[in-house]
Design a protein around this ligand. Structure first.
Ligand SMILES: Nc1ncnc2c1ncn2[C@@H]1O[C@H](COP(=O)(O)OP(=O)(O)OP(=O)(O)O)[C@@H](O)[C@H]1O
Length: 319
């Protein structure tokens, strides 16, 4: 007998996303889904990382279609639920997104509009693409852990900015300007670190400012950090920024938004499947804006592993 829940949607809403926008807009989001004839069950996350468990529970119940109403962190948790459960293959799950977050960087590559009515329209059209998913293996408190990401991971300076951004969000700060504030304050505190990066066997051992690894193109609330990333080509775009001073960063600030900063002589880009990053010093990591611990990371890619609803008209395949 066919599982009736394969046709129904499981909606996971993060009330905390967008510094409380999820809670404020819950009724409006649900109204729009109902008006568009979605059959759904709702779960509201109650604490950080709760979406991972909500996702696993929904899949165990038989749901195969998920809608995440939240930001990049919420999507990241849903992806981590999908890839850590054992009730079905991750390929059997479809994920749609209603953007409620602050940065909402994943949607920018996939052409999802930042308005509820338009986002629900895209969900209704139901156009699917299979995107790549990244996995990071790292150590935390001497334990080896895995986590997955759907958009971008960053190491070094990127991770410090993510940590500062999350601190500002937890103080209730809202809006895109908080990314610039986090960037500004990180610039004064960050030290370039001697780092070993191995990209598909090619070794780099230098003073490195940051490494970003993109499936999607955007990070940090609209910065095009991986302009050459293509979400379904089975390859990450790896962007490495070598030692750079404050002036160099300030000169490249607008290029960070347009993607043109990759032309700077201190920046190198690669298309790769396997990356390892290590340092004798602490270099932090972040995955889809969520901070990870310690100083040694292995990153690999699962090609076309997750079905996501996207907007073919606005999808940013090429820069
Ligand atoms: N009920 C809750 N109370 C507190 N935090 C929560 C709750 N539910 C989820 N979270 C946490 O909220 C955090 C932020 O969510 P999310 O990233 O979706 O929004 P955002 O930070 O505003 O958007 P973006 O990441 O796109 O900038 C996540 O780290 C998640 O663990």
């Amino acid at each position: 007998m066919e599982n009736p829940l394969t046709k129904k949607w499981f909606v996971i809403l993060n009330p905390h996303a967008g510094s409380g926008r999820g809670k404020k807009d819950q009724a409006e989001i649900l109204k729009r889904l109902t008006k568009a004839d979605f059959q759904y069950e709702l779960a509201v996350s109650e604490f950080p990382k709760h979406i991972i468990q909500l996702t696993i529970d929904a899949i165990e119940k038989g749901y195969r279609n998920l809608i995440v109403a939240g930001g990049d962190g919420s999507l990241n948790e849903a992806v981590n639920g999908i890839f850590s459960q054992t009730f079905c293959l991750p390929e059997e799950i479809t994920v749609g997104m209603i953007p409620v977050g602050t940065g909402n960087d994943w949607i920018k590559t996939f052409g999802i509009p930042n308005y509820y009515s338009e986002a629900v329209k895209i969900l209704n059209q139901g156009e699917i693409m299979r995107q790549d998913i990244g996995r990071i293996t790292f150590s935390e408190n001497d334990l080896t852990k895995n986590c997955y990401f759907a958009n971008m991971a960053g190491f070094g300076f990127d991770a410090m900015v993510a940590t500062k951004t999350n601190q500002l969000k937890s103080k209730g700060r809202n809006g895109i300007s908080l990314y610039l504030q986090a960037l500004g304050s990180s610039l004064f505190n960050y030290r370039t670190t001697k780092t070993q990066v191995v990209i598909d066997g090619q070794k780099i051992d230098e003073l490195i400012f940051s490494v970003s690894i993109g499936i999607g193109k955007y990070n940090g609330g609209g910065m095009m950090q991986a302009p050459g990333a293509i979400p379904d080509n089975g390859l990450f775009q790896v962007t490495i920024i070598r030692k750079i001073g404050l002036l160099g960063i300030l000169r490249n600030l607008s290029g960070l938004y347009s993607g043109k900063y990759v032309n700077d002589y201190r920046v190198s880009t690669f298309q790769a499947k396997n990356i390892s990053i290590s340092s004798a010093h602490n270099i932090a990591g972040e995955a889809d804006g969520e901070t990870l611990g310690d100083n040694k990371f292995e990153i690999d890619i699962f090609s076309q592993k997750l079905a996501v609803i996207y907007n073919p008209q606005k999808y940013l395949k090429e820069k």
